[in-house]
Structure formats: structure tokens, C-alpha cells
Design a protein around this ligand. Structure first.
Ligand code: PLP
Length: 237
């Protein structure tokens, strides 16, 4: 990866790369949303990113999200992308535009209950462990349809699509088959015409592999390091 000296340059580079990937794939760039993953980054860094026109930010820890929202009053679109415990949902439901990381019936039920309490409908993605890695969150592809059928009738949940964290690799091309599988899962679910379910979102691709993900149909890419630089400490799960 080339050295990038400023956040401003980094943001334009990421945007350019997304445009080029769209062009290669014959996709409309309007269909790809860049989510800037600001976890562990200070509010000052988020403010700088806002000055370059970024409006969608991803956080993985509910309390960190709460603290940042207390400081930043501008209307941003916040995304929850991290593993969630049900006792932290009060910081997330009604405070984010999309929860990417729903990986169990238990969690979905808790989001449904919290959403009902707050009088909102929560838009969610189901997280898939596409490479079946022991270290990763997410449901197995074979469990997807069953879970979707259970959640379809929940009045305060809207399933918008799927999310995955692909394996870490130095060679982004290696993740292409996983991204293709994710896209196929969306197509398969939509072909079943389940009442109340139409998936139009696919959250996949991070700093190392977002261009490949866009080529394979990502509608949301989650880029942290590629915008903010390396994180000073590893985020806790
Ligand atoms: C941290 C994180 C990202 C961003 O990772 P980078 O490699 O820094 O772009 C994306 N998605 C999830 C779920 C994350 O936890």
C-alpha cells in the first residue's frame, strides 16, 4: 500500500478506488456507501473526516458510540458494526441507522423488544461467517434461511441484507470467492419471496479488500485504517 500523508488524501484515494471498482463492474457508484470506521479514533478525527464530506460512521462498541454522540451534535449516520450484548442495546437502538452485526435469534429478539419499547423499527443486517472461521462472529450460511423466516414477522425489525467480515489476508483477491458467495446468499433469499423480506444491502469489504467487495456487489464498505490510519490499540470485542 502506498504511503498516504493526510486524511484528506486518504479519503479521496478511497473514493477514487470505489469509483474505479464500480466502473470495472459496471455498477452505479450511488449504490455504494462508504462507512468510515471510526472505532478507537478521537472525536477530532471524526470532525476532520466530516470536513471532507463523510457522513456515515461505523463504531463497534456501544459505550464509545454513546460518548461520541454526546460530543457530536451534527446529524451523522451512525452504523453499529461490532459484536453486541443485549444489555448494551439501549445505546444502539434508535441511535444508529443500521445494525450490521446481528448474529443470533436471541440478539434479534432483544433488538425487537428494545425497538418496540422505543417505538422505532430497527434496520438490521445478518452477519454471516462466510469462511466458517472459528474466531469470527456470524451465522453459518446454512442457518440463514431458517433465521430469516423466524425474523420476517418481527414488527420492529427490518432485515435489509447481509454483512460479513472476510478473512484477513495480504492478498485481497483471495476473498473474492467469499464475496461472491455472500452475493449469492442474498440472491437466493430474495428468490424465495419470503413475506416482508427483500434484501437490498450487502455490507462487505474493509481496508484490505473493499475494491474486490465492490466489484462483487457490496453496497456498504467499512473502511477504517484506509481513512484514519492505524489504530493505536486493538479494539476490544
Ligand atoms: C474495524 C472494523 C472494520 C474496519 O477495518 P479496517 O481494516 O481498519 O478498514 C470493518 N468492519 C468491522 C466489523 C470492523 O470491526
Amino acid at each position: 500500500m502506498q504511503e498516504i500523508s493526510s486524511m484528506k488524501e486518504a479519503v479521496s484515494k478511497v473514493r477514487e478506488n470505489i469509483l474505479s471498482a464500480c466502473k470495472r463492474a459496471g455498477r452505479d457508484p450511488k449504490d455504494v456507501t462508504l462507512v468510515a470506521v471510526s472505532k478507537t479514533m478521537p472525536v477530532s478525527a471524526i470532525r476532520e473526516a466530516m470536513s471532507y464530506g463523510l457522513t456515515e460512521f461505523g463504531e463497534n462498541r456501544p459505550q464509545e458510540l454513546r460518548d461520541k454522540q454526546a460530543e457530536i451534535k451534527e446529524a451523522l449516520r451512525w452504523h453499529m458494526i461490532g459484536a453486541l450484548q443485549t444489555n448494551k442495546l439501549k445505546y444502539v437502538v434508535g441511535k444508529t441507522v443500521l445494525i450490521h452485526s446481528v448474529d443470533s435469534l436471541h440478539l434479534a429478539e432483544a433488538i425487537e423488544a428494545e425497538s418496540e419499547k422505543r417505538g422505532v423499527v430497527s434496520e438490521i443486517l445478518l452477519e454471516i461467517n462466510i469462511a466458517q472461521e472459528a474466531s469470527k462472529h456470524g451465522i453459518a450460511p446454512e442457518e440463514l434461511e431458517g433465521l430469516v423466516r423466524k425474523l420476517a414477522a418481527f414488527p420492529h425489525l427490518k432485515i435489509r441484507g447481509l454483512m460479513t467480515v472476510a478473512p484477513y489476508t495480504e492478498i485481497p483477491e483471495e476473498n473474492r470467492p467469499y464475496f461472491q458467495k455472500m452475493k449469492q446468499l442474498v440472491v437466493d433469499i430474495n428468490s424465495k419471496n419470503i413475506d416482508n423480506v427483500y434484501m437490498d444491502m450487502l455490507s462487505m469489504g474493509m481496508t484490505g479488500d473493499y475494491e474486490i467487495a465492490v466489484e462483487e456487489g457490496a453496497t456498504l464498505v467499512r473502511v477504517g485504517t484506509g481513512i484514519f490510519g492505524h489504530r493505536a490499540y486493538p479494539p476490544k470485542e
